[in-house]
Design a protein around this ligand. Sequence first.
Ligand code: C2E
Ligand code: CA
Ligand code: CA
Length: 853
Amino acid sequence: MTTPLNYGVALTELRAINERLRVSSLRERDLALELQRQLAFTDAITTSLGEGVCALDREGRVVFINPSASSLLRWTETDLLGKELHRLIHTSCDAGCPMLDAIRSYGSYRDEEDVFVSRDGALIPVAYSIAPISSGSTISGVVLAFHDTTDVPLPSWSNEALRAAEARYRSLIEHLPLVTYIEQADTGLIYTSPQMAHLIGFDATEWMFEREFWAGRLHPDDREMFDAELERADETGKPFNLEYRLVAQDGRVVWVRNEAFLHRTDNGTPDYRQGFMLDITDLRMAETALQQSESYLRTLFDHSTDLIAVIADDDTITYLSPGSHGMLGCDPADYIGEAVTSLVHPDERGQVMDALAEARALHITPVPVEFRIRHVDGTWRWLEAVGRKVVAEPGLEGVVVNARDITERRLLEAEVTFRAFHDSLTNLPNRALYLDRLEHALRRSARSPSSVAVAFLDLDNFKVVNDSLGHVAGDALLVEVALRLSGAIRDIDTVARLGGDEFMILIEEADGLGQVLHVAERIMTALQTPIMIGQRPVIVTASTGIVLGEAHISAADMIRHADLAMYTAKDNGKDRVVVFNPAMHLHALHRLEIEHDLRVAIDHGELSLRYQPEIALATGALFGVEALVRWEHPDGVTRLPADFIAVAEETGLIVPLGAWVLRHACADAARWIAASDLSETFALSVNLSLSQFRDPLLVSVVRESMADAGLQPSRLILEITESILADDPDHVAETLQLLRDLGVRIAVDDFGAGYSSLGRLRRIPVDFLKIDRTFSTRIGTDVADTALMSSMIDLAHALGKQVVAEGVETQAQAMLLHELGCDVAQGYLYARPLLESDIPALWSTQMATAASA
Ligand code: C2E
Ligand code: CA
Ligand code: CA
């Protein structure tokens, strides 16, 4: 700017304008407009002079600024118009505010020097003159004319070196990743580094001139906290330090960490604050996200029915999830600080400690451990747990254990295991478990094998109970037998059920056969009391085979031997104990063969009948015949009943076999009778076994056999054994009555061989007593037997029953029997069992006998 005109000229001009304004009659409110108009004029002049000019109203607000002034101050005209210019004064250089003073108190022209803050935060030393604009007696504003600072001496600190230094610090500060600021204690912010614009989106025009700017930026929720911190900092003299939220121009919430230090003047009054703000929004967001995910996880934990625990290095519990309440039965918090072992079942403590040690050793894949923990109700819950050491997770030091309740599964497993080794009806061990125990026992007793014994027990006639009383009754009977057997053995022994009516007892630590037999005896005694099935007492007997251990014998062989001994007990008449001996092997082989062959014998027509005559002793005439079954084995050898009846009984084959006999014998007899009209008393005797007798179909089989053959019922005598009479008396009486109702007669076979008393016969509706062969053999030679035979005959007669003597082989026997009053005799003396074809001939002989008598 080299023009000779200077600001002094311009001011003179301005004064002239003011003078004109003063004398004009324009109203006050038009003054400003007029002023502006005038100033525009002035501007044109001053601009051409290159001088900075700025006019302020009475409040100090910029009403006019020319380009020179705005470029000097480094604010644009639009930035400044309407703003209080004195806010830009860096007051640290001067405590007062000459501009306002000038407007308010001085009415006169003066020169000033100040440091102004530029829009970008730079400090600009400026020299200027202030001239009041008066309107009448009032001052309507001031005009500032900025001096050419090249002419005036700079403030003392503003030499080049200092400027350069200032520029370096400024650059440093403006490149920090934070906002720095200086705030005057009384008038507010005087410097804010440009990073602030990035932080909150506003620019300096807002925060330099707006009094309420910062208050508006503070997040309402943080205001209280902010004020409290400010108060605390001022009171204690300690730095202000707070994290709080600012609201950015676009509404964003910006988290800042704000630290500031208050400088005081020498006399202690607050002067200015220096501070910085760090954008911690990302950090906060991350923290919030962390908190959220933590609270999410916690919610998961809390609602999980699993047990989550943290076990510290000293084995104490530092955390237990609320979800574990169900497993513990009490507040999980009660266990915090407790040793983990206090919860764990003593049996699994070792395992749990090992697993913890393993987890701490940082094994990558956790191995699940199963253990029990105590429920407050005193029960134990099974858990399956994995432990994992948590690293790099402060606050979570230790092993995090994740466990779920597997009690139900465990119970189920236990149940399944139990079922696999126990019989479901009686809960006794089954064959598999028995075998296992036997094997163990044999191994343990390798030095004295005979201290181990196996007893194989099979109920006699169980099948009949099952068939006649039903399966429910059969099951009840088996359960009761199981109870009695269990009660009869010693604690160290084992009773197992193999299925059906077969039981096996393992006797251990026995000292020899004597003690084993003693156990067996106790078992047999335990079964003696009849078992009540409903209201019905059932007599149960058992056949038991026993075998003692021997060196190197296998469990399987022992069982096989006991089985053989049991079958021998059956063959020997049941209800007894038989000790195994090696000869039984042969017998058993034989027996198996019979069973197999007999099954097909009936269908293949291998059965046949013999008939043995019975003679009326009084007349010597033919009384009748007894049908006796034979098995014409395909090997050509005819088998006697002794070879196969027992097997047939045991296997139930006796039922179809007996039916076959009945049917054929009835047919034969009917034919004979039809062929000869002479014998009016002829009777056919047919044997019935126990199983047949218990067969519910017996009565109909008998009825149909007779009907189909056309045989009169009065011609049929059914021979039953004493063992039948020993059966349930009600059932026996009922069946006998049904048979007699058909019109058939009943004989008790082999009488005297068993236990049935004569007294019992009184109540049983039978027609004949067939005295056992042994009595016939001994009469005449044995006085006692003769006497017994005599009294049996007398008693039978007294009861209205006829007596048949069987096994009569000599004439002497026949004569004596006749003397004693016996009615009928049968035996080799008269005839051996004959073929069916021989009977008609017999018939004619007898007719001859009858004719001769
Ligand atoms: P049991 O009913 O006592 O039959 C009489 C047995 O004595 C017959 O033997 C017969 O041959 C034999 N015997 C006859 N007289 C004499 C004699 O003077 N001296 C000797 N020592 N024995 C004589 P068998 O035929 O071998 O029958 C044996 C047993 O088989 C029968 O005894 C009977 O209990 C049973 N049995 C035979 N056939 C049948 C049948 O069809 N059904 C049933 N359930 N059992 C039958
Ligand atoms: Ca007989
Ligand atoms: Ca007999």
